[in-house]
Design a protein around this ligand. Structure first.
Ligand code: FES
Length: 157
């Protein structure tokens, strides 16, 4: 049975005219599948490869190059929280913030809470250094963060 729904397949096919060749759609396709399933399985990789007329190993190569994509053995939580650990944020408590969140959520960096709610990761500069320390909660960047404010952001979602 196919992993990718017809809707996802059509969304991937709809990208073909926007790129010089099907191979160039690999990254957008991986993002679509990852967003839908919170991980990309080997079967999904094979189906993406079939759609893009590539060998599955080519899709796997692209996927493994980016730390962003998760596999089914460590899927992404419903919320992905990235704590910046680059210089400005580090100087303004980013590392302590990340360590504190790990304690509060009873997890290590890179893990997902057992209820599948939150994945906590570190990020490099989020481009909002003037508001350090910064945290990305899903697609939203939040500055001047504390443990409490991050936990509040998580609760709101
Ligand atoms: S150093 Fe954290 S946002 Fe730039």
């Amino acid at each position: 049975m196919a992993v990718l729904t017809e809707e996802i397949r059509n969304r991937i096919r709809a990208e073909f005219p926007n790129y010089p060749n099907k191979r160039a759609v690999t990254l957008p396709a991986l993002h679509m599948v990852h967003e839908a399933f919170r991980a990309v399985s080997p079967d999904a990789m094979r189906e993406i490869a079939e759609l893009l007329e590539l060998h599955p190993s080519e899709v796997a190569d692209t996927m493994s190059f980016y730390g962003f994509f998760r596999t089914p053995d460590r899927p992404m939580g419903r919320q992905r929280v990235w704590v910046c650990r680059s210089l400005s944020c580090m100087l303004r408590g980013g590392e302590e913030l990340l360590a504190g969140l790990c304690d509060r959520l009873h997890m290590h960096v890179g893990q997902t809470t057992p209820d599948g709610q939150v994945t906590l990761e570190f990020a490099e500069c989020l481009g909002a250094c003037e508001q350090a320390p910064c945290v990305l909660v899903n697609d939203e960047c939040h500055g001047n963060q504390t443990e409490e404010s991050v936990l509040e952001q998580i609760k709101k979602k």
